[in-house]
Ligand binder design. Structure first.
Ligand SMILES: CCCCCCCC/C=C\CCCCCCCC(=O)N[C@@H](CC(N)=O)C(=O)O
Ligand SMILES: [Zn+2]
Ligand SMILES: [Zn+2]
Length: 521
């Protein structure tokens, strides 16, 4: 009887093991087929695009000197947004005067209507010859975050000093490169006698770094009053990453289809004050510190693959070598594994989850007084698959201490996801412009981990793209709001050429039909 039972157990185990093997084999066969066949990149690359007789821009020695002098002058004006209530308005005013001097053709052309918004922001309307074509809009911002040389800058942050082919200074990548690149491109286009078929707007906000509540929001209000609808909006955001995504061969231009939401949460603990010689077992500071530590020890759940970030890696899959190529082509199977790899570095962790950053911690009044109040502020950047309410609930659960008051100070949900298919005009025009200028770059949709002025434009268009053609190499993401922010003179010139070509490419009336026949290859 015992032998019979043992043989039955063996039989059963055999069936289990072989079914497991068959399942694994099947999964891997599907994964292998997907790895070989996944091609999300062809898009409209091979299609026949409408001819627009584009003018070309070959920058000569004189123009180079002029455009670099303009850019350096822009960097030297310290248009700093210090806090929600304090900006350098003198510098903002000076920047207005400077723009008029640097771009005389833009400010005098009969094709361009310019107006100041909320005193320091700029709205340009460039009239198209075919009013039936829906206009688009380019956004950038004039203000910068504070910078202090003593933090370790190699050159003073408002000096625009050139070192080894790079211009150093606050605003060189965020965002005066776009402000100046767009206007310089328009200046050159107008000088060459260009008149657009499709009209377009340029919006330059003066308070983006403090949420754009006066600049961008008033520009939106004015456009709404005028009944304007936009074909697409393009703003700062993602860039061309080169050597930043581990394992990716070659550079990638990520175009932000959405941006993360945000929540500002206040934690506070109130207790009775007292003499420090007879302290209670826990002080308000101790209780709050424990709550903060719990938040840092328990990051928000991994959500990689539940938002547009999965698409990014599918688009880039063919640019990885094995085994990463296999993994990226099969996120349906491997996203839990990839999440664990990506979460190791702050920049890629931001794509995996809602991030939690404790940015203020205030407590204490005197060395010998037990403080009655301790407060901390937490800044969360919300993943596309979560909402402000969900994040708030998780924070309350994680803190799990009734003595800690948890309040939502401010917040907004993640932004809608713009189109990136063959019919998405803005996305395809940006992609074509990138590929014409940088043929070795792979273009993929992405998600912007910071917020931009473009988030205020959701009622004017469904198509918002966050991208600028700045090249980011290892170490560069840290320069964003950090020390030694810089751009190479070559890259700044490329940015001008990019906007020069983009504006002309937007004159295409409609996108071509996707290329369907292999015979035309
Ligand atoms: C695994 C993929 C890696 C891809 C590498 C991407 C490198 C990204 C590096 C920097 C992106 C930074 C985000 C850009 C836009 C941020 C603009 C900004 O600073 N906004 C402020 C102010 C505001 N408007 O709210 C902010 O606090 O977000
Ligand atoms: Zn910016
Ligand atoms: Zn910024």
């Amino acid at each position: 009887l015992k032998t019979k039972q043992t043989s039955q157990i063996f039989k059963f185990l055999k069936i289990i093991i072989s079914s497991l093997l068959i399942t694994v084999l099947l999964l891997f066969t599907i994964a292998a087929i997907r790895t070989l066949s996944l091609d999300v990149n062809a898009g409209l690359q091979l299609a026949h695009w409408e001819k627009t007789n584009n003018k070309s821009l070959v920058i000569d020695h004189h123009q180079r000197e002029e455009l670099l002098a303009n850019f350096k002058e822009a960097i030297r004006i310290p248009t700093v947004s210090f806090s929600n209530t304090e900006s350098n308005t003198t510098a903002l005013h000076e920047f207005d005067r400077f723009l008029r001097k640097a771009f005389p053709t833009v400010f005098s052309s009969s094709l361009v209507h310019h107006e100041l918004v909320a005193n320091y922001s700029h709205l340009f309307w460039v009239k198209g010859s075919q009013p039936e074509l829906v206009p688009y809009m380019l956004l950038a911002h004039i203000d910068v975050v504070p910078a202090s040389e003593s933090d370790g800058w190699e050159a003073p942050p408002f000096s625009a000093k050139e070192i080894d082919g790079f211009i150093y200074g606050r605003g060189t990548i965020d965002d005066k490169n776009s402000v100046m690149g767009i206007l310089q491109a328009l200046e050159y286009l107008l000088l060459k006698g260009y008149a657009p078929r499709r009209g377009f707007y340029i919006g330059l906000g003066h308070d983006e770094e403090i949420s754009g509540l006066n600049g961008a929001m008033n520009i939106v209000r004015i456009l709404k009053q005028r009944g304007v609808q936009l074909l697409f909006v393009m703003d700062e955001g993602l860039t061309i990453s080169d050597g930043i995504i581990p394992g990716l061969e070659g550079p990638a231009a990520l175009i932000g289809l959405s941006e993360k939401g945000q929540a500002v949460i206040k934690l506070s603990v109130s207790v009775a004050p007292g003499h420090s010689s007879m302290p209670p077992r826990e002080t308000s500071i101790g209780i709050l510190a424990t709550a903060v530590k719990r938040l840092e020890d328990n990051p928000m759940p991994r959500l990689f693959g539940y938002g547009p970030e999965g698409d990014t890696f599918e688009h880039l899959a063919h640019k990885f070598s094995l085994p990463l190529k296999f993994i990226m082509s099969n996120l349906w199977l491997f996203s839990p594994l990839l999440s664990r790899i990506l979460e190791r570095k702050p920049v890629s962790n931001a794509f995996v989850r809602t991030t939690t950053a404790v940015t203020f911690f205030n407590a204490g009044v005197k060395i010998n007084v037990i403080p009655s109040l301790a407060e901390a502020y937490v800044n969360l950047r919300i993943h596309s698959a979560q909402s402000v309410q969900e994040v708030l609930d998780i924070i309350k659960d994680t803190v799990g201490d009734q003595r800690v008051k948890v309040e939502l100070v401010d917040g907004f949900d993640p932004l809608p996801i713009s189109g990136a298919d063959d019919k998405a005009f803005g996305f395809q025009i940006i992609k074509k412009t990138v590929l014409d200028l940088f043929p070795t770059v792979t273009v993929a949709p992405g998600i912007c981990i910071g917020n931009t002025d473009s988030r205020h434009f959701v009622d004017l268009t469904k198509n918002i793209y966050r991208f600028s053609p700045a090249w980011f190499k290892p170490g560069d993401p840290e320069r964003f709001h950090g020390i030694n922010e810089r751009i190479s003179t070559k890259n700044y010139e490329e940015m001008i050429v990019f906007y020069f070509n983009l504006i002309q490419n937007c004159d295409i009336r409609k996108l071509p039909e996707p290329h369907s026949s292999v015979h035309e290859l």
